[in-house]
Ligand binder design. Structure first.
Ligand SMILES: NC(=O)c1ccc[n+]([C@@H]2O[C@H](COP(=O)([O-])OP(=O)(O)OC[C@H]3O[C@@H](n4cnc5c(N)ncnc54)[C@H](OP(=O)(O)O)[C@@H]3O)[C@@H](O)[C@H]2O)c1
Length: 330
């Protein structure tokens, strides 16, 4: 079912008529992890964070060589900076890689102020990773496994330093086009991972909708006392390498040229995401501000289905890492 015209108009209007200002804030003293930091939005967000004096930046990438090149470019773009940039291997297609990364960060980083969960894929061909369709594994399961494993570190930082910390997931406004009826299946992640009925044309949209639903569900299971703000951030339609991961149709290519924004412009939203405040907790942000995530997301059905997606996801993640949801409310 198509979303209401008003929602499509709001999305296109935001894309065409709004420009997110270059973020201004002081990140000195703070430690931030950016996943998928070697290219596109993640890379540009890192450049902003270094410009804004972040003290320690962790580039979490699946290809350490690409991350090394990215680090060199960041240092060249922002000379005389006050940032320590470290590189850590992270492959979201592997649950053990996620756990190794989280363990390393939890034990070695003195503090963690923000996790920008940016890495993601858009593919149109079916493949499995860890027994699940790879888009689900990378964009949803591993993204939340990582967030949940680092939640104690974020909480600890908040408590010790008296600050708000962030788990910010990069979603997409395109979620309004997701075929949400596909979420009404038992044993959801297994059902969506059956090749014969996998709707790969829409899979990316569905994964981004699932991100939003799980952000809201996780936020509902934490309190302000945890001092962790959890939100879902849309960067807008940006001309990045995301669209070279598959052969996009001609109209996507044309649209990208006509209304697409640069990775740098889109990355401003990622930085705004970790400045969003409690107003953004459990919510969707687009064009750098809190915005409606869509009428279906907010509907009674959307809330009920969202809870089921969360529970199904937690069933998978508990199997990967028993006790991963320990300490959450509800
Ligand atoms: N571009 C847009 O219009 C748009 C719109 C809405 C949302 N987004 C979201 O924005 C985020 C960043 O995308 P982008 O547009 O900047 O595209 P991009 O340039 O392709 O960046 C994607 C990043 O994710 C990394 N990645 C992919 N699979 C990974 C894995 N298994 N483990 C760890 N890292 C992995 C990539 O690493 P490699 O370089 O090694 O492949 C790359 O660094 C994604 O979540 C995307 O869905 C983009």
């Amino acid at each position: 079912m198509s979303p209401p015209f008003s929602e499509i108009a709001s999305m296109v209007g935001g894309q065409v008529f709004s420009t997110v200002p270059v973020p201004e804030a002081d990140f000195s003293g703070k430690t931030v992890i950016v996943t998928g930091a070697n290219s596109g939005l993640g890379f540009e967000a890192c450049r902003h964070l270094v410009r804004l004096n972040v003290s320690h930046l962790v580039l979490a990438c699946r290809d350490v060589n690409k991350a090394t090149t990215a680090k060199e470019h960041i240092l060249a773009a922002v000379p005389n900076n006050n940032t320590t940039i470290s590189i850590q291997h992270l492959d979201l297609a592997s649950f053990s890689s996620v756990q190794t990364f989280a363990e390393h960060c939890s034990t070695t980083l003195p503090r963690l102020d923000a996790l920008i969960a940016n890495a993601g894929i858009e593919v149109k061909t079916f493949a499995l990773a860890e027994g699940y369709e790879q888009t689900l594994t990378v964009n949803v399961l591993s993204t939340f496994l990582l967030g949940l494993l680092l939640l104690p570190k974020l909480q600890q930082t908040g408590a010790e330093h008296g600050v708000e910390t962030y788990f910010s997931v990069v979603g997409s406004a395109i979620q309004i086009f997701a075929p949400h009826e596909q979420l009404q299946q038992d044993d959801l992640f297994k059902a969506l991972s059956m090749e014969e009925n996998a709707d790969m044309g829409n899979r990316y949209y569905l994964s981004k909708l699932m991100d939003m639903l799980c952000v809201r569900a996780l936020a509902a299971r934490t309190t302000h006392l945890d001092r962790v703000i959890i939100n879902c951030v849309s960067p807008g339609f940006c001309d990045t390498g995301l669209y070279s991961q598959f052969q996009p149709p001609w109209h996507t290519k044309v649209l990208l040229k006509v209304i697409g924004i640069t990775a740098e412009q889109g990355s401003r939203c990622l930085v705004k995401g970790v400045l969003g405040g409690w107003e953004s907790h459990g919510s969707f942000m687009s064009e750098g501000v809190v915005k409606r995530g869509g009428s279906w997301v907010e509907s009674e059905e959307g809330v009920e289905v969202g809870e089921r997606v969360w529970k199904d996801m937690m069933g998978v993640l508990e199997g990967v890492r028993p006790g991963v949801g320990k300490g959450l409310q509800k």
